[in-house]
Design a protein. Structure first.
Length: 224
């Protein structure tokens, strides 16, 4: 006999208990099941009593629902804990050097370390530096092997005024866009409106956490 078929036989307390949410854990589940069980036994047909295995099946179903609710709560708590740990870890980056993927930067007269990664060897690698007015300056890196290539942008040596610049890389092989990484020191960390961390880096502004490509400075000797 289904639970719906015997609801009319409940008293007020039984109905309220049956309709109460199963948010009180195992004790709440046991109380609800016992009230439903008593109600079904009181209202069953004496000539065709309910098989005891049906009660066991109902308890199993209710237990499964409660377990799913408990697991959902545990997963939500775990996700919150991971987010909190991530924020604390990112906060420790303040004052640390990192490498981030960026193709724009603000030059203030001080040298800036950068890096690019080549998928193939090239006989001629050139970094193009374009200002807001569209004026372009080039930094020749010459012949380079496949892999990471470090370089340094020295505004004084290149005759670059203070301002915002866009970086791009050209090789004699052509091909797809070559990613550029810039080295900088984290000044502060801010949590954005969507909950994601934003790192403030001089010359780069606020950079999303997922744009970090390396913790620490460059690993190879920089090339001018």
């Amino acid at each position: 006999m289904s639970v719906r078929n015997v609801e009319s036989g409940y008293n007020g307390d039984d109905i309220n208990a049956a309709r109460a949410p199963m948010g009180n854990g195992t004790n709440g589940l046991n109380t609800m099941f016992m009230k439903l069980l008593v109600a079904q036994i009181q209202n069953q047909d004496p000539l065709n009593p309910t098989d005891g295995t049906e009660y066991v099946g109902q308890l199993a179903q209710m237990t499964q629902v409660q377990s799913m609710q408990d697991m959902t709560g545990m997963m939500q708590n775990a996700a919150t804990l991971v987010d909190n740990i991530q924020v604390l870890a990112i906060g420790n980056l303040v004052g640390q050097k990192i490498m981030v993927r960026a193709d724009k930067l603000e030059l203030d007269g001080q040298p800036v370390d950068g890096r690019l990664t080549l998928d193939h060897p090239s006989n001629n690698v050139t970094v193009h530096i374009k200002d807001a007015a569209g004026n372009e300056t080039t930094l020749e890196l010459g012949k380079q092997e496949k892999g990471m290539v470090d370089f340094t942008l020295d505004p004084q040596a290149l005759g670059l005024e203070k301002g915002e610049y866009t970086l791009s890389v050209v090789t004699d092989e052509g091909g797809s866009k070559i990613p550029v990484e810039i080295s900088g020191t984290v000044n502060s960390v801010r949590i954005g409106p969507d909950g994601s961390p934003l790192l403030n880096i001089p010359g780069l502004g606020e950079i999303p956490f997922f744009n970090i490509s390396q913790f620490g400075g460059q690993t190879a000797t920089a090339k001018a």
